[in-house]
Design a protein around this ligand. Structure first.
Ligand code: 5AD
Ligand code: SF4
Length: 431
């Protein structure tokens, strides 16, 4: 979601006359888009800000002004604390307020005395109504269709930082999707913190779900691949599952976080599903499309997690055989209910469990990749490789694939026979 937000911010700044640069010493404005989901991500901001300040000071010696801004969820959570810790920050805006950047830049320029601007409102209007026209982020583009979350998992900051659920209207999503396709996108990844609870209004004012929206997106001219991220198990409706059978452009890959395999822990996490519910959904998905590959998020060391609970997580992994997954140590987030639970798990235990889980996940991922050897797969080539004549693309299963091919194939889909596989990537030959 932050990659998407950053691209919308970049569109907005370009409309204001700015251009992107890869050299920070050239930048008149430096903007940090931040994540608050785990402590490590949030802490990184302050060391990055320190570095930005040094460069800004150097530029000042040459008479150049630098505006330093922070956006995203860390701002929402820390509010004015950001300015207290880093007083040189010119502005800080929450994730629902970034459409205000041009206004804030103007305000900063016209202010007689230097004054930092902080805004963490949850506005009544949608920021999407104020953003300039989007354009493709490349052959694959993200498109936010939903934001915020009402689930309140006890470990998670999202409902506090991104606010309550909001679904963008169907027509608005389709307009943005058409623009992405017109400017070179072949694959659209529909985004939302809880994307499958999408309930946007259609052109006649009727509330529509994600299954309906997927069918509408699939009808657009030029769309080759569709994905949606991230889904909540309890919101996997039968209609949505059927899309995996009925829509050929919907990729056979689904990121569906379970977090833990223990029903006791899932309850303490306030997840509205058991491991059994989850496994039944996976079964239905496999019935709808036997080729579907599953992905998930896991948290180890949630307060009160015992060895037996942890083993149940490993059991789920052994049953689902994920083709890819993300796993994290539980990170205590101020303001969430789990942060004050009195049965916190020791860091050492979290570390051990994470290692065991990741080794198991990597084994399944490697096995899946190895089984692809000899198969022919359509690969969407997204970027140049390190070697001359090499391009890197993605298979339908989100695997990175390296192939030697004509540079003109960049941003195209070609058929590749997989020759080699490691845990993280494939190599193949164009056929
Ligand atoms: N600690 C560790 N992981 C977390 N996640 C969310 N909150 C926390 C936390 N406090 C993970 C979940 C979620 C993913 C985006 O981040 O697994 O699905
Ligand atoms: Fe956070 Fe996802 Fe739970 Fe929402 S459903 S509270 S975003 S982990």
């Amino acid at each position: 979601m932050n990659v998407y937000d950053s691209s919308r911010i970049s569109d907005m700044l370009q409309k204001e006359g700015y251009e992107p640069t890869v050299k920070q010493t050239e930048a008149d404005i430096v903007l940090f888009n931040t994540c608050h989901i785990r402590e490590k991500a949030a802490e990184k901001l302050f060391s990055d800000l320190g570095r930005a300040k040094l460069i800004a000071d150097e530029r000042a010696e040459h008479g150049k002004n630098t505006v330093i801004g922070v956006v995203g969820c860390v701002v929402q959570a820390e509010d004015t604390q950001i300015i207290k810790r880093a007083p040189f920050v010119d502005f800080a805006l929450g994730p629902l307020m970034y459409h205000k950047i041009p206004e804030v830049l103007h305000q900063i320029k016209t202010n007689k005395e230097r004054q930092s601007v902080v805004n963490t409102d949850f506005p009544a209007e949608s920021k999407f109504d104020y953003l300039p026209e989007n354009k493709a982020q490349g052959a694959c583009s993200f498109l936010a269709i939903q934001e915020g979350c009402n689930n309140f998992c006890t470990y998670c900051v999202v409902p506090y930082t991104r606010g309550v659920e909001y679904s963008r209207p169907v027509a608005e999503v389709l307009t943005e999707a058409r623009r992405l396709l017109d400017t070179g996108t072949l694959e659209i990844n529909l985004l939302g913190q809880n994307v499958n609870s999408y309930h946007g209004e259609d052109e006649n004012g009727h509330e529509r779900d994600l299954a309906y929206l997927l069918h509408r997106v699939a009808e657009l001219d030029g769309i080759k691949r569709i994905r949606y991220t991230t889904s909540y198990p309890a919101d996997m409706s039968d209609e949505l599952i059927a899309c995996h059978k009925d829509i050929p452009t919907l990729m056979p890959y689904l990121h569906l976080p379970i977090q833990s395999g223990s029903d006791r822990i899932l309850k303490a996490m306030n997840r509205r599903h058991t491991s059994g519910d989850y496994l039944r959904i996976v079964e239905k998905l496999k019935k709808a499309n036997p080729n579907i590959g599953m992905s998930s998020d896991f948290i180890v060391g949630f307060p009160g997690e015992t060895d037996a609970d942890f083993r149940q997580t490993l059991d789920v992994v052994n049953q689902v055989k994920y083709i890819q997954a993300f796993s994290f140590k539980y990170s205590r987030r101020a303001g969430t209910p789990a942060a004050v639970m009195d049965n916190q798990v020791e860091e050492k235990v979290k570390k051990e469990r994470l290692e065991i889980l990741q080794n198991l996940l990597f084994d399944y991922q490697t096995e899946f990749n190895r089984n692809c050897v000899g198969k022919v797969m359509p690969v969407l080539l997204e970027q140049k490789g390190r070697h001359k004549g090499q391009l890197i693309g993605r298979t339908p299963y989100m695997q990175n694939l390296h192939v030697e091919t004509n540079g003109a194939n960049l941003n195209k889909i070609i058929e590749v026979k997989v020759a080699e596989a490691t845990t993280n990537s494939l190599t193949g030959k164009e056929i």
